[in-house]
Design a protein around this ligand. Sequence first.
Ligand code: NAD
Length: 252
Amino acid sequence: MKNLIRKASEAIYRSKLTLALTGAGISVESGIPDFRSAEGLWAKYDPSEYASIQAFRRDPEKIWDMLRDMDQLVSKAQPNAAHLGMGEMERIGFLHYIITQNVDNLHQEGGAKNVIEYHGNSSTLSCLWCGKHYRAEEKRNETIPRCQCGKVLKPNVVFFGEDIPPEALDHSFQLASSAEVLLIVGTSAAVSPANTIPSIAKSRGAILIEVNMEKTHLTSSLTDIFLEGKAGETIPALVSELKRYRDNPISA
Ligand code: NAD
């Protein structure tokens, strides 16, 4: 593992454009379960039943049972060592953009500035009917948050069946085409179109480094360096190796 960390850090150190793609797995150590967890939130609420826009439009009160439970976890969650490590990696110049599928705002709270959100952010709510926006925290005391027009509010997250924000899509495809390293952290890469980023980057010559607790469909097909383990341990190990290289530069 130490050799793999060294190999990955060296690739990041030499890269002129390093991009990260993150998913729910990076926030598991902050107490927010991913979709793969067989217990907790997603055992109670099947995402295929609760996470589609059709379901929300049909019965928003029912979907708010899940959204309220999710909001309780997200509002208490703190960035973990992986979020903080990626914020640090950006600050010291070794990570240029993070594309995240998460909606929990933890990358920003962990210090990252260049974050492209594929699926929105749950810290704000909107009315699908009159378009008014609210901060989630100002509605937290309402069991079913409602707009002043009386309709049920929706968090500004992308439900299954909704489009990815076009500027996030365009920017991420552009970056994926010119990245020299793609760091893929805590995602099963099963959800489209975020899962096309690795193949775009690979086809343009990027080195793919994958951090995950277990192998994914990318591991044997596209990944160059697989770092098996918790993101909260692996990312800090990469950061300290990068600092070592920065302080004792390696030759070309
Ligand atoms: P996923 O649930 O499909 O996969 C999570 C991956 O992370 C798995 O491969 C798992 O092995 C890995 N993992 C779990 N714990 C880890 C850890 N500590 N360190 C490293 N890897 C770990 O998640 P996905 O690929 O992001 O797709 C699910 C969708 O669910 C996304 O679109 C996302 O929007 C949404 N989601 C978001 C959140 C959040 O905002 N925190 C939480 C749940 C679901």
